[in-house]
Design a protein around this ligand. Structure first.
Ligand code: KIV
Length: 279
């Protein structure tokens, strides 16, 4: 038996207990290899419905389906042994009634092994969040800019400036009171994010919010420079892998056309090599 057995993945209650403590680290992931890379570094990994835009080329998150979330959730789960996995509920799978939300949340968790679901919306989703939590489904809230509502919000603009943040604060408080274990604050002014963090009793996870939040999340393809379609102000590019990948592909294409790839070390000899020699 190993002297140091691997630490079990944190639970929703472990994340809740981090309120006001060491910042909670999170990124989105949609595939096994990316989940493997972040497993040792993140407290939770979010299988976000941003997968629709980032990997499937959809114009928004509205076209994401349960089947897509289950497929990507299962892939991410295979790459995690240490971080918790949270999975997004897609648009149209939870808004109609608490019963609809329970049915789909239970399916997402059972099929993927996620430790919690995330759903968008504040005061109007409080009853649904309470219904899910009472029936064993940990819920992460998501208020401020809620991308599934862009058609009623009128776009991707900063939320909470018009009424001094009263609505976003009320939304975050309602989500916390309903029993959510944490809440994502997306694209809200820094001062408002700090005020919400001070006033709500659950961890706030910022994206375009404030370094004062209890944790941060970013879309991994944004921060690695893979997603080139646009770059929101709140994204810091920690790498430019999209440009590097394109340069590598261009070099490959040029070498194929020049017949310099494959080279001698990439091809097989016609005769069986002697024992111990390189294949
Ligand atoms: O889907 C997603 O990636 C998200 C993050 C932006 C928080 O919900």
């Amino acid at each position: 038996m190993s002297a140091n057995p691997p630490k079990p993945a944190p639970t929703a209650e472990d994340i809740r207990a981090r309120k006001g403590g060491e910042p909670i680290v999170s990124l989105t992931a949609y595939t096994t290899p990316m989940a493997q890379l972040m497993d040792a570094h993140c407290d939770f990994v979010l299988v976000g419905d941003s997968v629709g835009m980032v990997l499937h080329g959809l114009p928004s998150t509205l076209g994401v389906t349960m089947e897509m979330m289950i497929l990507h959730g299962r892939a991410v789960a295979r790459g995690l042994s240490r971080a918790m996995m949270v999975i997004d509920m897609p648009f149209g799978t939870y808004e109609e009634s608490p019963a609809q939300a329970f049915r789909n949340a239970a399916r997402l968790m059972a099929k993927t092994g996620a430790g919690a679901v995330k759903l968008e919306g504040g005061q109007h989703m409080a009853d649904t969040i309470a219904f899910l939590v009472a029936r064993g489904i940990p819920v992460m809230g998501h208020v401020g800019l809620t991308p599934q509502s862009i058609n009623t919000l009128g776009g991707y603009r900063v939320q909470g400036r018009d009424d001094d943040g009263a609505r976003v604060l009320a939304d975050a408080s309602a989500v916390a009171e309903a029993g959510a274990f944490a809440v994502v604050l997306e694209k809200v002014p820094q001062g408002l994010a700090d005020r919400i963090t001070a006033e709500v009793p659950i961890p706030t996870i910022g994206i375009g919010a404030s370094a004062g939040c209890d944790g941060q999340v970013l879309v991994v393809d944004d921060m690695l420079g893979f997603f080139q379609a646009f770059k929101p102000k709140f994204v810091k590019r920690y790498a430019d892998l999209g440009a590097q990948a394109e340069a590598a592909i261009a070099t490959y294409a040029a070498e194929v056309r020049a017949r310099t790839f494959p080279a001698a070390e990439h091809v097989f000899a016609d005769t069986v090599p002697a024992k111990g020699a390189k294949q």
